[in-house]
Write a protein that binds this ligand. Structure first.
Ligand SMILES: Cc1cc2nc3c(=O)[nH]c(=O)nc-3n(C[C@H](O)[C@H](O)[C@H](O)COP(=O)(O)OP(=O)(O)OC[C@H]3O[C@@H](n4cnc5c(N)ncnc54)[C@H](O)[C@@H]3O)c2cc1C
Length: 289
């Protein structure tokens, strides 16, 4: 199907994009990689009167190691994340996520910021950045504000972004020593969203016990969700990986759909949480995998 007729404008700066949004309000939609917006427009599930292209906005892309941590521009393509070996040394979960997201064609175009703003319940980046406790920088007419990703997603396909705001940057603090992270995803075929997926980020103390853990699940609720009881089960001198994986499965509320029934998906949450924790532990212990 063809989209409904729309006006196209191209913003050259974040300020200009915000003024377009302020002028057209809810009639306007930002266009980043177009990998979610264009299919929705073709299906006529979205019919913006004005499309504001942000692809020519300077300074909205790129991955930088700032003194305080890493800064990922919202317009960074999935493919760039796949190739970003420097940041993956500190956060190997980013490489795990990038290679499993969609397919190479989508990864060439789609952006990290677009994926977060789109807020699919099965969003791979949403789940991974939730596990990492990322801070998101949003900019509107009143200037920038930062939001912890835990309070960014409000519901399926709904975030705290105001209609006149742009997601500009994702901030990640440098992880401490003995930190590890991993993402494990089950999908039916290349190019598919997760049937079940888990992101894990953890830190060990000097004795090898777990001193910090964040576990996030994709496709297990209306938004990517954390599994606090699974995190608790992992903490302490002897991390109980099986108990943590079982607790994650209990936290999951996966909907029955074409990818499987609730019982099957819940069982897969347990399997993939177990795998992600094991890999994150190995990485934290310095045994690369
Ligand atoms: C075949 C296919 C398979 C896919 N598989 C997966 C998958 O396995 N896992 C997964 O997580 N995703 C998957 N996706 C989605 C893909 O990751 C998209 O790239 C992503 O969801 C949207 O990013 P985009 O840059 O293309 O955004 P767009 O489509 O351009 O925009 C999406 C929405 O976000 C808004 N937006 C974009 N950028 C910003 C910004 N900076 N600030 C505020 N709002 C913004 C737009 O207005 C729009 O509402 C798939 C898509 C396709 C087509």
């Amino acid at each position: 199907m063809l989209p409904r007729p729309f006006e196209y404008v191209s913003a050259q700066s974040v300020g200009e994009a915000i003024s377009f949004l302020a002028r057209y309000g809810r009639d306007a939609k930002l266009l980043a990689g177009g990998q979610s917006l264009i299919p929705l427009m073709k299906l006529r599930l979205a019919a913006p009167k004005v499309v504001v292209d942000i692809n020519r906005v300077a300074g909205l892309g790129g991955i930088q190691d700032d003194r305080g941590g890493w800064v990922i521009g919202a317009l960074t393509r999935h493919r760039e994340m796949e190739r970003a070996t420097a940041i993956q040394k500190e956060f190997p979960i980013l490489g795990d996520t990038a290679v499993t997201l969609a397919d190479p064609l989508v990864r060439n175009q789609g952006t990290v910021g677009g994926a977060l703003a789109h807020a699919d319940p099965a969003s791979d980046w949403g789940t991974t950045f939730l596990a990492l406790g990322a801070q998101l920088e949003l900019q509107g007419p009143k200037g920038p504000r930062r939001v912890l990703i835990d309070s960014f997603f409000r519901d399926a396909f709904l975030t705290v972004l105001a209609p006149n705001e742009i997601l500009t940057k994702i901030h990640l603090a440098h992880p401490g020593p003995r930190s590890g992270s991993a993402y494990s995803k089950l999908k039916r075929k290349t190019g598919d969203f997760a049937t079940a997926a888990t992101g894990v980020a953890l830190t060990l103390n000097e004795q090898g016990g777990v001193s910090g853990a964040r576990i996030a699940l994709a496709a297990a609720g209306p938004t990517p969700i954390r599994a606090p009881k699974a995190e608790q089960a992992l903490m302490g001198d002897r991390p109980d990986v099986a108990a943590a994986a079982q607790a994650a499965a209990r936290a999951a509320r996966p909907p029955k759909d074409l990818r499987g029934g609730t019982d099957y998906k819940t069982a897969m949450v347990e399997v993939h949480t177990y795998r992600a924790i094991e890999r994150a532990l190995e990485r934290a212990r310095g045994r690369k995998r």
